[in-house]
Design a protein around this ligand. Structure first.
Ligand code: NAP
Length: 313
């Protein structure tokens, strides 16, 4: 990195520090490109909020999500990556080097690897946003502990709902999954575990229409989507796991994106702007696994290395 006043000029700037960003940093560091990683809010990305990751190879008994993020970071730093607890606000791809404005100033970068991940979707129902942190949550690992011996509801029918629901059973007295259909898309192994768990219950064909409570969640209003019958359900907590939206707002109008807001990449992780790569959940609506994100990050860094070699040759 060269420093000139407030301006820092790097060959590779990685924006985001989840599995994709930290893997990209590892590969770029080993290529001796001295990458800088801007962590944003969460080192380790969403994976760091997962209590245990059981499907990342090399950890036969699982590994804590936050621990895995720290291991990724340490490995990248061992080879010369610099991880900065800094947040990018604005990215200008119209000039070269690219300009990135952060909390602490400005970076110029010859290549960018964008790995800003995704955020959980809200239900968008009355009472939800008002009661966030007071019973409404999107993160079991962060908030599960607060529901010791309490009743918890999970909304969603995918892997996240089941995995997080199973995690909360270690604290809560009961975990009720409320799902809008009568079939789940969660993997069979998670479904089996959840259905066999004595604390887990299921309410199907049902949506939550309102979260009720003054200073904390007390009740949910429900509607059966087949019969239209309305009912209420008393609970202390509502955990929502209904998918994610990619964090791509910053790149709107500058990079090609899909209708759902994912950055479009080719099989080399190249975006529509030469020298800009995207990896992990901002570019992947399909797999969203730690291992696939890490693989995309590695591929992006290899491609950035080739690009830099070609332009300096
Ligand atoms: P997902 O698979 O997209 O599931 C979202 C769930 O939320 C679906 O059941 C969906 O219902 C429901 N839903 C969506 N919008 C809703 C709304 N407005 N109201 C009520 N319900 C709504 O999301 P995910 O569970 O977060 O998983 C995302 C990806 O990450 C998947 O590829 C998954 O395999 C992966 N993942 C893997 C693991 C693991 O391997 N251990 C763990 C977590 C996530 P419908 O089914 O009716 O559409």
């Amino acid at each position: 990195m060269t420093t000139n006043g407030d301006e820092r000029h790097v060959k590779v700037l990685v924006v985001g520090a989840g599995p994709a960003g930290l893997s990209a940093a590892l590969y770029a560091a080993r290529a001796e490109l001295a990458p800088v990683v801007l962590t944003g809010l969460q080192l380790g990305g969403q994976a760091a909020l997962t209590h245990v990751i059981e499907n990342y190879p090399g950890f036969p008994t699982g590994v804590g999500g936050a621990e895995l993020g720290e291991l990724f970071q340490k490995q990248a730093e061992n080879f010369g990556a610099k991880v900065e607890f800094d947040m990018a606000h604005e990215i200008d791809l119209s000039q070269r080097p690219f300009k990135v404005t952060t909390d602490t100033g400005e970076y110029k970068a010859d290549t960018l690897i964008l790995t800003t991940g995704a955020n959980p979707n809200p239900l968008g129902i009355p009472g939800e946003s008002e009661l966030i942190g007071r019973g409404v949550s999107y993160c079991a690992t962060c908030d599960g502990w607060f529901f010791k011996d309490k009743k918890v509801v999970i909304v969603g029918g995918g892997d996240s709902a089941f995995e997080e629901g199973l995690f909360i059973t270690r604290y809560a007295s009961s975990v009720t999954v409320i799902h809008r259909r009568d079939e789940f898309r969660a993997s069979p192994i998670l479904q089996k575990r959840a259905k066999e768990h004595p604390k887990m219950n299921f309410i199907l064909d049902t949506i939550v229409t309102e979260v009720v409570g003054s200073d904390k969640v007390t009740t949910l209003k429900l509607k059966n989507v087949k019969t239209n019958a309305e009912s209420t359900f008393d609970t202390d907590g509502l955990f929502i796991f209904i998918g994610h939206t990619p964090n791509t707002q910053m790149f709107k109008g500058q990079l090609e994106m899909s209708d759902l807001g994912y950055v479009v990449v080719n099989d080399k992780m190249e975006t529509s702007v030469e020298g800009v790569y995207a990896a992990g959940e901002i570019a992947d609506p399909h797999f969203r696994q730690v291992i696939t994100s890490a693989g995309m990050g590695a591929a992006a860094a290899i491609q950035a290395t080739r690009f830099l070699e070609a332009v300096t040759a």
